[in-house]
Design a protein around this ligand. Sequence first.
Ligand SMILES: [Zn+2]
Length: 52
Amino acid sequence: MAEERRLYICMRCGRVFSRSEMEILPGIRCPYCNFKIIMKVRSPMVKRIPAV
Ligand SMILES: [Zn+2]
C-alpha cells in the first residue's frame, strides 16, 4: 500500500527504473547495465527545463 513512487535513473545508460526493478539484483545498481551510480528521480514527467 505504501509503495513509493520514486524512480531511479542510471548515470551510465540513462534508463529510468523503479525500486522493485532495482531489487531484482542484489545491492543498489542499474538492472540494465549493472552500473552502481544511480540517482533518485522524483517526478520525471514534470522535469522540464524552462525554454525561456
Ligand atoms: Zn544503467
